[in-house]
Design a binder for this molecule. Structure first.
Ligand SMILES: CC(C)(COP(=O)(O)OP(=O)(O)OC[C@H]1O[C@@H](n2cnc3c(N)ncnc32)[C@H](O)[C@@H]1OP(=O)(O)O)[C@@H](O)C(=O)NCCC(=O)NCCS
Length: 171
């Protein structure tokens, strides 16, 4: 299958990758110990990303539009099972925003085979670390009902006073 790679917005920052380089995890299902590589600058293979989104049950989006969305994102982070010959994307998240005042996190996904060993939480942590380093003031996200407690356990607040509403304006 043809591989379609998209460059991310933050390719000029290899140093931070070293910080986020290697994650070791034991898979809860098989007790297999794995080496994973997290990166903000390694190109995302769009076909692998589509396979990851398929695996978590998301509906498909045209790859050319996904490529554009990634290139317009403020941060894109991928998590790969470490194998230099056959990169395998097992986790992903991105955020959009102005890089100063506001950012919104989208598309956090961990492949079901790799869920339950801290990877989703880790991806959120490194994204927030990056946004904090950029001094972004406010970070928001839209959570599916099934994952509200996942975010709450990490310190996210559901809009606390019921004073704000989410509006959708769809094409
Ligand atoms: C949500 C998701 C990213 C979590 O990834 P994960 O790697 O399995 O999560 P972690 O292993 O880092 O879990 C961290 C903590 O959250 C808890 N948790 C995981 N999934 C949860 C869920 N759906 N609801 C509530 N808590 C959850 C874990 O038990 C763990 O708790 P602990 O710190 O007390 O041990 C993953 O299940 C996923 O990709 N789901 C499908 C896509 C999706 O719904 N994305 C969110 C879009 S808003």
């Amino acid at each position: 299958m043809a591989s379609q790679a998209a460059s991310t917005a933050s390719q000029a920052e290899p140093l931070l990758d070293q910080l986020y380089g290697d994650w070791w995890r034991e898979l809860p299902t098989s007790n297999e110990r794995l080496r994973l590589v997290a990166s903000f600058s390694r190109p995302i293979d769009l076909v692998e990303l589509e396979q990851l989104c398929d695996a978590v049950g998301w509906s498909r989006r045209p790859l050319r539009r996904v490529r554009k969305a990634l290139s317009h994102s403020l941060l894109v982070v991928g998590l790969w099972r470490h194998d230099p010959r056959v990169p395998k994307l097992v986790g992903f998240a991105r955020c959009t925003g102005d890089g100063v005042l506001d950012a919104t996190i989208w598309d956090l996904a961990v492949h079901p085979l790799y869920q339950g060993c801290g990877l989703g939480k880790g991806l959120m942590r490194v994204l927030l670390e990056r946004l904090r380093a950029m001094e972004v003031e406010k970070v928001t996200l839209f959570a599916d009902a099934a994952v509200v407690s996942f975010y709450e356990a990490q310190g996210w607040n559901l809009e606390p006073r019921g004073e704000r509403c989410v509006f959708w304006y769809a094409r």
